[in-house]
Design a protein around this ligand. Sequence first.
Ligand code: HEC
Ligand code: HEC
Length: 233
Amino acid sequence: MLFSLVVLGVRAAQRRHLEDRILSTWPETAALDPELVRFAGSLAAPALASHCAGCHGGDLHGDPTHGAPDLIDGEWLYGEGRVADIEQTISHGIRSGDHRSRDLADMPGFVLQNPYRRYRIASLKPSEIRDLAAFILQMNGRLPADSAAAARGQALYGSALCYDCHTASAQGDPAIGAPSLRRHAWLYGAGAEQISDVIAYGRSGICPSWSGRLPPATIRAIAIYLHVRSGAS
Ligand code: HEC
Ligand code: HEC
């Protein structure tokens, strides 16, 4: 009895010590320390299962019905996959209402009369949206049924200002969370219909902010765990 109480006490002290270390170590350095990475995994796994899997999927490979991205494929909407980038997103969320959340751009809805709430942007016709979707499919190595449509879509990519957020090469802009349009895991699905629907009606996906809802050591641990699993180290 006394022996098991002593064991429990030692374990609690070890855990507190590791929590202190995970927070006081520079995030990118912590991700290189095998003991802290192991500890991060033990804190992160249950938190991910109870707070994140509902949107990001039990395997963390994303869920197009929520527009929630794959968190371990090494493709990032925001930042470059450093522990600090991921921690910032988890702490303050995306379009979450937290005043430090990531919220610099949205996907306009191009069939709407006023496509964009932040600045004036011209509407597109439904046929133009189909052409853009054909171009995006072609860019991803999927042969469009109608190659003339893809060529028209390519011209529209410039004239409709898609490049303004997604960049001229369509690789996306991680400073504003504009995804690459050469993705292997699409936020909202890879089909022509799904891509057309995003261009037509726009999207503003929301990730909640977790600062104040999860302990700081758990948030840091999840960031380290996702960084390591996504192979960005
Ligand atoms: C209510 C649904 C929901 C929940 C719950 C949720 N997320 Fe998200 N998360 C999203 C959506 C949607 C996005 C994409 C937002 C966008 O389109 O920019 C996202 C984006 C992210 C990103 C950005 C990934 C990148 O590529 O830059 C990270 C990191 C993230 N979530 C982590 C988490 C973690 C960790 C949890 C649990 C503690 C969590 N999320 C819980 C919906 C959710
Ligand atoms: C003002 C910035 C902005 C402009 C202009 C813009 N986009 Fe986007 N786009 C975004 C953002 C931000 C997202 C991510 C939406 C989200 O996080 O919910 C996105 C998402 C998308 C997606 C979904 C990607 C996925 O993984 O499912 C497609 C497709 C897309 N944009 C195509 C286009 C096309 C085509 C144009 C031009 C007609 C365009 N976008 C113009 C900001 C922009």
